[in-house]
Design a protein around this ligand. Sequence first.
Ligand code: OXD
Length: 306
Amino acid sequence: MRVIYFSADQDGAAWIPGLQAALPGAQISLWERGARAADYAVVWKPPQQLFDEQTQLKALFNTGAGVDALLKLRLPDGVPVIRLDDAGMSVQMAEFVCHAVVRHFREFADYESDMEMGKWSFRKPRSRLDFPVGVLGLGVLGERVAKAVAQFDFPVNGWTRTSKALPGVQCFVGDAQLDDFLAASRIVVCLLPLTPETENLLNAQRLARIRPGGYVINVARGAHIVDADLLTCLDSGHLAGAALDVFRVEPLPKGHPFWQHPKITLTPHTSARTLRSESIAQIVGKIAAIERGDAVAGTVDPNRGY
Ligand code: OXD
């Protein structure tokens, strides 16, 4: 069996020994132009040329949570695209989002700057009932986030394409209930897959539906938010702030207004990192299932886009 690995961001040299140790009988190599035909490809943001050359693949593994970059390419006909099922990402996402929610709700940024100035002052406790948290997207990551936030006794709303029952989470379904979901939420967390339907979802009209004094946390894709509309809502005071981990262009270009905005907290696409050993164990388990002819969890539906 031949397995190729390619990543636009990660250190490939570190993945090869791990894959080799887990698949001792296989030939594992970094993909390069003109490489011999492989059975499996393990990839993150690969170039089109990889698929133009590798037309015999039995399956394709995406090493990140989102498959949008992959689905923009022309893939070999019928090759299943398989994503990681969690592989240690959902706990990271839950801690990242809970941190952002609690940091905003408890006004820790203000305390930090007070303390830096040597100022000892308390803020009035706020009621968490006034800070309902809405999670856009209740997939593996969104579900974990919604449950984790609910543990802090915030009211939690969820928005999904098809109905989902989660204890402690009020679910809103489809386009018809999106405005109601936004109006019921003051902190909005975006965890949607990026598809033509969800691109630019958080535009001026939708951001205006969020409760006044709202807060936006984007840990999905930059293209879910219309940057200029977010800035307008922050500057008008309709939104109190935003925590952004993802951007239309990454790294966020120097000079982009997000860098200096006083109401925006930035992180460099780090909310849930791919964990190498967990991911390799999962990929190897899925390869074994495919070789046995068994169904494999996490197969992407290319028409749905996730
Ligand atoms: C992603 C990831 O898909 O970082 O954004 O895994």
